[in-house]
Design a protein around this ligand. Structure first.
Ligand code: ZN
Length: 235
């Protein structure tokens, strides 16, 4: 509790003072006192018993206030507890990942923008070295827009490839596949198996070539490792 005297307690003090003075001033002039004791309208008429009654009243008032304050604090606490439960729920519900890595176990090999004899330009994706036949999963939910040999239309260097269209103008591409398990127009869910990895096309060894693009086509790739990491996926 605060050390500051509350208004009700002050009334009690005034009433007690009035009682003390009143006892000696019953026959005296009350005007000077009346100016000070604004809670007491007729100080000369105040008697000891009236003061006791006033004190009892004030105490009751204080008790009521304390009770009310306690009830209010309990209500606030209860409201806070309810609010806490409400805020915890969405966090738990949000836990379902919207992006995942395209293969579960791998060794990172050639990275995005890496130069070398393998590529006409800089490397346009992230390579995940995995044995032929490793399940390849859709990195995000979307719709298959390319699926087939010759990079699904992007060129023979990609071998068998798939491109999936996601929300917000993002596309993911999977290349050098040994087996394609989806078809154009098919909707896929994040983490759904769409192919088996391979070594088709211009590939130096079994691996998955993975791109994130801003269009369905070759030439619009962005850094896929950075993209995944910025979406909470550590690779
Ligand atoms: Zn590659």
């Amino acid at each position: 509790m605060s050390k500051r005297m509350n208004p009700a307690a002050r009334v009690t003090v005034v009433a007690l003072a009035a009682a003390g003075l009143g006892a000696t001033m019953v026959t005296g002039a009350g005007s000077a006192f009346a100016a000070e004791g604004k809670a007491v309208t007729a100080p000369v008429a105040v008697t000891a018993s009236a003061a006791v009654a006033a004190q009892a009243d004030a105490q009751a008032h204080v008790a009521a206030q304390v009770k009310a304050a306690a009830a209010k604090a309990a209500a606030v606490k209860k409201a806070a507890a309810v609010k806490k439960v409400v805020t915890v729920k969405p966090v738990a519900a949000k836990k379902a990942a919207s992006w995942v890595k395209p293969v579960a176990a791998y060794t990172l090999s050639a990275s995005y923008n890496q130069g070398g004899a393998m590529w006409a330009h800089k490397h346009s994706g992230q390579d995940f070295a995995v044995p032929v036949g490793t399940p390849v999963k859709a990195a995000g939910t979307g719709t298959v827009v390319k699926a087939g040999p010759n990079g699904g239309g992007d060129g023979p260097a990609y071998g068998n490839a798939i491109v999936v269209k996601h929300a917000n103008g993002t596309y993911s591409q999977y290349a050098h596949l040994s087996k394609i398990k989806v078809h154009i127009g098919q909707k896929v869910l994040v983490g759904q198996q769409i192919a088996l990895s391979g070594n088709t096309g211009n590939s130096s060894g079994p691996h998955l070539h993975f791109e994130i693009r801003t269009t369905p086509n070759y030439g619009s790739a962005v850094n896929p490792a950075a993209f995944l990491r910025s979406h909470g996926v550590s690779i």
